[in-house]
Design a protein around this ligand. Structure first.
Ligand code: SAM
Length: 237
């Protein structure tokens, strides 16, 4: 089975609908990233099958299609080489998505890739802590999504301030999910979040388990949060 067939099989099993053109685009993005990765440190996953499972499919499962609608404002915190933001934008071209990272060269790579493949995203080179205090971004997003950036305690302070009241924070977590959520309980409540919902998803063939944690924001985040850069990690709430 070649890489394309592998991706198509995974998408079929997960009931994710993508056209042949969307599949071409996502595979072209993978090739471009792997080429640039030879001199930019964008990912440690260089085996194409692993890349499909651990970057592409893993990103596509993060947002349930029932949450997505035309013009929805989504922000990806700590996007790195563009995950989950780029696969999500390819799957749902009608979303308004912003990709954020504190490392400029990663955003430069995404900018070049998006120009090359005509993918329309907004890019912000900034730390999430600063963005969460910025009037243009604070409480402005319908969905704040993040993968592989921090533990739930820290992540909650990076993400929840950016979500609108009524909006969602969505994180992908591994086997220690329940432990992390328990520790993050007080931070979630303090920052305006409701009880987390956890959906366990298995990536077919690879048999990788993911826990998609969704938190609805039901009240405003107190003005004192997020704290200054580094604090959410150094001294989690
Ligand atoms: N989300 C991508 C993925 O799943 O492949 C990248 C994960 S990488 C392990 C973590 C990324 O988060 C890095 O690119 C790092 O620069 C970024 N990051 C960490 N803390 C951040 C913060 N406070 N604000 C913005 N970006 C941050």
């Amino acid at each position: 089975m070649n890489e394309r067939e592998l991706l198509v099989e995974c998408l079929d099993k997960l009931k994710i609908e993508m056209s042949p053109l969307q599949i071409d685009l996502i595979l072209q993005f993978m090739e471009y990233l792997l080429e640039k990765n030879k001199y930019l440190n964008l990912t440690s996953i260089t085996d194409r099958r692993d890349f499909i499972y651990k970057h592409i499919v893993d990103s596509l499962i993060m947002i349930n299609k029932d949450y997505v609608y035309d013009g929805i404002k989504i922000i990806d915190i700590g996007t790195g080489g563009g995950f989950p933001g780029i696969p999500l934008k390819i799957l749902y071209p009608f979303i308004d998505i912003t990709l954020v990272d504190s490392v400029e060269k990663k955003l430069k790579f995404i900018d070049e890739a998006c120009s090359k493949f005509d993918i329309k995203v907004n890019l912000i080179h900034e730390r999430a802590e600063n963005l969460g205090r910025d009037i243009e971004n604070r409480e402005k997003y319908d969905i704040v999504v993040s993968r592989a950036v921090a533990n739930m305690q820290t992540l909650t302070e990076l993400c929840l301030p950016l979500a609108k009241v009524g909006g969602l924070m969505i994180a992908s977590k591994g086997p220690k999910c329940m432990e992390e959520i328990k520790l993050a309980g007080p931070a979630i409540t303090l920052l305006g979040g409701d009880k987390p919902n956890i959906e366990n998803i298995c990536i077919p063939t690879a048999l990788l388990e993911r826990n998609i944690v969704t938190i609805r924001k039901s009240s405003k985040t107190p003005k004192t949060y997020p704290r200054k850069p580094g604090m959410p990690n150094k001294n989690p709430l």
